[in-house]
Design a protein around this ligand. Sequence first.
Ligand SMILES: O=C(O)[C@H](O)COP(=O)(O)O
Length: 254
Amino acid sequence: MRRQKGFPIVRAKANPARFSVTTKAIMPKLILLRHGQSQWNLENRFTGWWDVGLTDQGVAEAKAAGVLLKDRGVLPTVAFTSLQTRAIKTLNLALEEAGRLWIPVTKDWRLNERHYGGLTGLDKQETRERHGDEQVHIWRRSFDVPPPEMEPGSPFDLAADPRYAGIDIPRTESLKLTIERVLPYWKAAILPVLASGETVIISAHGNSLRALVKHLSGISDEDITGLEIPTGQPIIYDFDDKMVPGARYYLKDA
Ligand SMILES: O=C(O)[C@H](O)COP(=O)(O)O
């Protein structure tokens, strides 16, 4: 053992109190938080990977989520979010209210919203009038039908955005394709942290969170079409000591 000058060597003794803590069953908690209302949620435009800010209502929703975490004593110790401003801001506002701005935060594109392809920027109602309700519902909620691809050179093309340097930006994504990048990230980066006993918060998006919920709650490809994730409402999963998630619930109902 190397000894630093001026510091005596202290040999660790078995500490019964410490021992009882380390053998306590670890019951990890996962908090899923969809960003607060965004400017394009308000304007009813397809957003996907396009970066938009929060509305005043979105800011209030994010802060309320943080107050709820604090009031219920569900205090995150580690955070993950996407590379998108609306999720990052929501996380920061919620953590600030919860007194947890200091926890480690990892940002990764794999938690981004599903890419809305050629629909990005379009008005959802005008798109319904043009293509019909059924087609738009298929694009929005089907499991594996992606929207039309984004044309190269589109004003919403993010190829020059430095945050995506080195990333093969999708041209469009269905929920299935979104799952194909969210789940490997969940398994490799988030699950091990959760399994070590941390209380993890993921601040992300309607469809990247639907991808996770589908997996964690074992929802079928058919039934996932009916699942909506509300903005700014913390969803909780309690895991048992074998890392099996319990039923999900809204923190406000706990
Ligand atoms: O990207 C978007 O437009 C929204 O965040 C989610 O849209 P959706 O409700 O059409 O999936």
